[in-house]
Write a protein that binds this ligand. Structure first.
Ligand code: PMV
Length: 323
C-alpha cells in the first residue's frame, strides 16, 4: 500500500543561509517562515524491491535528484532499522507532483522534502512526532524542516540533530504576494551558494551575528502582533542575505534587475500608504508581505513585473488518505 503526503513551500521572513554542520544540516542561526497555501507537492511512497526510483511531475528524475532521494531514504531506513522494523531493507518508488515552479527560489525543495519525510516515514512504518518529522525533513533540505508546521514556524538552529527543528509561532495576520519574474531553475543551488558564502564572503560572520539578533527581534515583533515591525525586519534581513551572498568570490547574484524594480515598487507602495514589504530567496522572484485586505491592491501594483500569486498561511505537511 502506498503512503501519500502533501506539503507546501514556506517563505522565510528571517532567512536560513549557512550551515554549521553540512551533513546533519544544522544551520548557523535560526529562521522564521510562513507556510504557503498553494504550490503544494504531493508525494507517494510505495515500498518495493530492487532500486529506489524517483519520478517528478511525470518524468523519471535525473541521476542527481534520484541520488538525493536515495540518500534521504537511507536515513528513513536507518530509523526503521533502529525501531526493529522489517521494512528497513525495502527500497521505494517515490512519485512527486509539484504544483509550483521547481528550483527557482520558490522553495520547491522545502515542500518536496517535507512531503517525502511524511510519506516515507509512514510507508516504512515509523510513528514520528511533528518535531521528529521536522528533524527528518531538515536532513533533506534545511528549509523543509519548517514546512512541517502550520502557518508560521520558527526553526531553532540547535546544536545537534536532536535540538535542530521547527515549531509553530503566532504571527500577525498577513498575506503574501509572489512575483515570479523568472520560472527557470536557478544557476547556483542554495547548497552551493551557502558553501561559497561561508568560504569566500568577508561578511559571513557579521551575517551570522545579525541573524541571531534578527530572529530575537522577529519573535518579539510577533509576540507584539506588530505587522509593520515584522515587515521592516523581513525586508532588511532579505537585503542583508543578498549582500552577504553578493560578496562571494566569484560573485553570486540571485536577484535580477526586474527583482530590484519590484523592491522599488514596494517602497513606492509604502510612500502611497499601502503597507507592504518585500523579500526574496535564492532566486530572482520576489515575495511581498502585506495585510490580507491589501493583497488585491498590492497584486495590481506589481502585475506588470511577472506572474502573480497570492497566498494565505497554509497547512503543515500531512498525510492524505491512500487512494
Ligand atoms: O533549504 P534550502 O537548502 O533550499 O535553503 C533555503 C535558503 C533560502 O530559501 C534562501 C532561505 C530560507 O530560509 O528559506
Amino acid at each position: 500500500m502506498a503512503s501519500i503526503a502533501r506539503a507546501h513551500p514556506n517563505i522565510a521572513l528571517v532567512k536560513y543561509w549557512g550551515k554549521a554542520d553540512d551533513d546533519l544540516i544544522i544551520p548557523v542561526a535560526g529562521s522564521m517562515s510562513m507556510t504557503l497555501d498553494k504550490f503544494a507537492t504531493t508525494t507517494t511512497v510505495e515500498l518495493t524491491t530492487g532500486l529506489d526510483s524517483f519520478e517528478l511531475n511525470g518524468t523519471l528524475a535525473d541521476a542527481k535528484a534520484t541520488q538525493r532521494t536515495t540518500v534521504f531514504l537511507d536515513l528513513v531506513r536507518r530509523l526503521a532499522a533502529d525501531a526493529g522494523l522489517e521494512t528497513a531493507t525495502a527500497s521505494a518508488n517515490v512519485t512527486s507532483v509539484n504544483e509550483g515552479p521547481t528550483a527557482a527560489g520558490m522553495a520547491s525543495s522545502a515542500s518536496g522534502f517535507a512531503a517525502l519525510a511524511v510519506a516515507a516515514a509512514d510507508a516504512y512504518g515509523l510513528k514520528l512526532s511533528t518535531k521528529d518529522l521536522s528533524r527528518l525533513a531538515r536532513r533533506g533540505s534545511g528549509s523543509a524542516s519548517r514546512s512541517l508546521i502550520d502557518r508560521f514556524a520558527v526553526w531553532h538552529a540547535g546544536t545537534s540533530d536532536e535540538t535542530s527543528f521547527a515549531e509553530a509561532i503566532d504571527a500577525p495576520e498577513m498575506a503574501m504576494v509572489s512575483v515570479t519574474v523568472d520560472a527557470k531553475a536557478k544557476k547556483v543551488s542554495s547548497r552551493e551558494g551557502m558553501v561559497a558564502t561561508r568560504d569566500t564572503s568577508p561578511y559571513y560572520q557579521a551575517w551570522i551575528d545579525v541573524t541571531h539578533k534578527t530572529l530575537d527581534e522577529m519573535i518579539a515583533a510577533c509576540a507584539d502582533d506588530d505587522f509593520a515591525r515584522v515587515g521592516q525586519i523581513t525586508e532588511t534581513h532579505a537585503h542583508r542575505m543578498h549582500a552577504v551572498i553578493q560578496a562571494t568570490e566569484p560573485p553570486i547574484r540571485y536577484l535580477a534587475p526586474v527583482s530590484w524594480q519590484v523592491f522599488d515598487e514596494v517602497a513606492a507602495m509604502r510612500d502611497d500608504g499601502l503597507e507592504a514589504y518585500a523579500t526574496a530567496d535564492a532566486g530572482p522572484n520576489v515575495v511581498i508581505i502585506c495585510r490580507p485586505d491589501d493583497a488585491t491592491a498590492v497584486a495590481k501594483r506589481v502585475a506588470g513585473f511577472g506572474a502573480i500569486e497570492t497566498f494565505a498561511p497554509g497547512p503543515g505537511a500531512h498525510l492524505l488518505d491512500a487512494a
